[in-house]
Design a protein around this ligand. Structure first.
Ligand code: NDP
Length: 267
C-alpha cells in the first residue's frame, strides 16, 4: 500500500541517514527495571529515544533510572491491573507527548509439571503475560492508529515454538501472543502501525542465571541445544528491539524474530 511503499522509498533514497536511530521517539517498556527490559530501555535510549519504564517495584525502577540517565523516566504500574492501563498511557502522553513505541516485555513464569498446576496459577500467568499484553496494546494502538504511526513489540519466547517441560501456562501465554501479533499486524498495517515479536532463547538474566546455576544438568542441556554454544545477553534482545522499532525495519510486520544463538534451527 501507499504508506509502506512511501516509507520504503524514503529509507532507500536517504542513504546518509542512520535508519537505526530512534531520535525523537518515545517508547514505553513494561518491566523495564530489570533483565531484558532494562537492556531494551538502555539500547533504545542509546539510539536516541526517550524511554518510560514500568514495573511494580518503585525502588527497582528508581535504580534503573539513575543508572540509565535523563532519557529514561519511570512510572510504577502493575500490568495485571487491566483497568489502570488506559490511564497509564494517557499519563505518559500528557507528560512526554505521543507514544511511538510499545514494548510488551513484563512477564512471569512458573516452572511446575502440568498436572500440579492449579487453575489459580494457570490464570495468573495467562493474566499477566497475555490479557495485560492485549489490554495495553489496545490502549496504545488506539492512539497510534489514529495518528497513523507506531511500533508494537512483544517479547515472546522459544517456549511458544517448542515443547519445553514444566512451563505449560507460560508456553500457552507466549503462543497466544505470537498469534495475536499476526492478527494485529494485519489489522493495523494500513494505518502504518507495525507489530512484531522477538523470541529470545536462553538469555542470562538474574532469574535464568539462578535457575540454571542451581541445575547444572539443565544448564548443560540448554548449552547443547544452542548451536552458538553460549547463552545470550539481555543487550542482544535490546539491540534486536532497536532494529525492529527503527525505520530500518519499516517493511517488517507480523514477524517473530528468534534471538537465540540458533536454538530455532532445531531444538
Ligand atoms: P525479569 O524477571 O528480570 O523481568 C521481568 C520484569 O517484568 C521485571 O522487571 C518485573 O518487575 C516486571 N513485571 C513482572 N510482573 C509485572 C507486572 N504484573 N506488572 C508490571 N511489571 C511486571 O525477567 P526477564 O528479563 O528474563 O524477562 C523479560 C521478558 O523476557 C519476559 O516476558 C520473559 O518471558 C521473556 N523471556 C525471557 C527469557 C530469558 O531467558 N530470560 C527467555 C525468553 C523470554 P516487578 O517485579 O518490579 O514488577
Amino acid at each position: 500500500n501507499g504508506i509502506a511503499a512511501g516509507s520504503v522509498v524514503q529509507a532507500k533514497t536517504r542513504p546518509g541517514r542512520n535508519l537505526f536511530s530512534l531520535e525523537g521517539q518515545l517508547a514505553l517498556v513494561t518491566g523495564g527495571g530489570t533483565g531484558i527490559g532494562l537492556e531494551i530501555a538502555r539500547c533504545m535510549a542509546h539510539a536516541g529515544a526517550t524511554v518510560v519504564i514500568t514495573g511494580r517495584r518503585e525502588a527497582v525502577l528508581r535504580d534503573a533510572k539513575n543508572e540509565l540517565g535523563d532519557a529514561v523516566q519511570y512510572l510504577v504500574n502493575d500490568v495485571a491491573d487491566l483497568g489502570s492501563l488506559d490511564g497509564l498511557v494517557a499519563e505518559i502522553e500528557a507528560l512526554h507527548g505521543p507514544l511511538d513505541i510499545l514494548v510488551n516485555n513484563a512477564g512471569i513464569n512458573l516452572k511446575k509439571p502440568a498436572l500440579e498446576v492449579t487453575d489459580e496459577e494457570f490464570n495468573r500467568i495467562i493474566h499477566t503475560n497475555l490479557n495485560s499484553v492485549f489490554a495495553l496494546t489496545r490502549a496504545c494502538a488506539r492512539r497510534m492508529v489514529a495518528r497513523r504511526k507506531g511500533v508494537i513489540l512483544m517479547i515472546s519466547s522459544m517456549a511458544a515454538y517448542y515443547g519445553i517441560d514444566r512451563v505449560v501456562a507460560y508456553a500457552a501465554s507466549k503462543s497466544a501472543v505470537e498469534g495475536m501479533v499476526k492478527v494485529l499486524a494485519s489489522e493495523f498495517s494500513k494505518d502504518n502501525v507495525r507489530v512484531n515479536a522477538i523470541a529470545p532463547g536462553f538469555i542470562e538474566t538474574e532469574m535464568s542465571r539462578t535457575a540454571l546455576n542451581n541445575d547444572p544438568e539443565r544448564r548443560d542441556r540448554a548449552l547443547r541445544r544452542t548451536p552458538m554454544g553460549c547463552f545470550g545477553q539481555p543487550a542482544d534482545i535490546g539491540n534486536a528491539a532497536v532494529f525492529l522499532a527503527s525505520e530500518a525495519a519499516c517493511y517488517i510486520t507480523g514477524a517473530s524474530l528468534p534471538v537465540d544463538g540458533g536454538n530455532s534451527i532445531g531444538f
